[in-house]
Design a protein around this ligand. Structure first.
Ligand code: IPD
Ligand code: CA
Ligand code: CA
Length: 281
């Protein structure tokens, strides 16, 4: 997909100079996301080197590393002073109000198995708030973009969360961590309660796509017990800008720096939150 770069300034901006800088943020974000995603697509179902991280199935392929290099090169050429948090290379701490949070491939296990449910996901944080996010799945040609205060789009068309009223009639999605969490109200217990009531709970294998699908109204809710900042940075903004609600499991405003994420259309939020915390459906 050749993304037509948006020329509107972000709401962060006041002066024409600031507007110009904000356009640069957005264009850099879109370019980095698109270039890396096209690289990922080019290497799909081709041979690549792969190794494990902490768990035997927590994979990193040479394509993850190459996508990350493409993203870093694009961002650092434009904004060498900005801080960066990226999954494979770690943190670049800089004294900057801006931090780029990067997942070079979200859905690596899918990618490595030839399952085209994977994406590039990049968020930009300003003074601790997420202000821009982009998620691109090149296999479906779906490019999601969110700008703080300006809404969320799919292929440049505005998206909204669903209007589903009842948890019992909802379609949900979740993810499971690479290592089993043996705890009360853990991933399996919550999953069991929901599916015993006949509620469809999908598991796509890409948290960034899960969040975008909530933003687009395809799913009514998504929860996961253990995520990292790069999994959720862009998708979190996508859901809030599409009119949804994102919190931790206690209902507090979501921070990407803690593991629990609950994202819904807002209407089913407290009901699903109660179930996650031990209530029956
Ligand atoms: C994973 C995916 C998956 C989620 C895991 C993440 P990765 O990210 O988002 O859906 O369940 O918790 O770690 O490893 O493919 O970048
Ligand atoms: Ca991820
Ligand atoms: Ca990843």
């Amino acid at each position: 997909m050749c993304y037509k770069y948006i020329t509107l300034a972000s709401t962060l901006c006041i002066t024409p100079h600031q507007a110009y800088i904000c356009n640069m943020f957005l264009q850099t974000l879109l370019q980095a996301t698109e270039k890396a995603a096209l690289h990922m697509k080019l290497h799909f179902e081709k041979p690549f080197a792969v190794h494990n991280k902490e768990g035997v199935n927590n994979l990193v392929t040479e394509v993850d590393t190459a996508c990350e290099a493409i993203i870093l090169n694009t961002i650092q050429s434009a904004f060498p002073q900005h801080a960066i948090l990226t999954e494979e290379a770690g943190s670049l701490v800089q004294d900057s109000a801006y931090k780029w949070i990067i997942d070079p491939i979200d859905g690596t296990v899918n990618f490595a198995h030839g399952i085209p449910i994977c994406c590039v996901s990049i968020g930009l944080e300003h003074n601790g708030s997420m202000v821009l996010g982009a998620v691109y799945n090149p296999f479906l040609n779906e490019f999601f973009v969110a700008e703080k205060g300006k809404g969320a789009t799919l292929n440049q068309k505005p998206i909204q969360v669903s209007q589903k009223q009842l948890l019992l009639e909802s379609c949900l999605v979740t993810g499971f961590p690479y290592t089993y969490l043996d705890m009360p109200n853990g991933p399996l217990q919550v999953f069991e309660k929901l599916i015993k009531k006949g509620i469809p709970v999908r598991r796509l294998g890409s948290a960034a796509i899960d969040l975008c699908y909530v933003a687009a109204g395809r799913f009514d809710g998504f929860y996961e017990h253990k995520l990292q900042a790069w999994d959720s940075a862009a998708g979190f903004l996508m859901v809030t800008e599409a009119g949804g609600t994102v919190t931790d499991f206690e209902g507090k405003p979501y921070s990407v720096y803690q593991p629990h994420l609950l994202a819904t259309n807002g209407i089913i939020h407290t009901h699903l939150q109660a179930v996650i915390n031990g209530a029956e459906v």
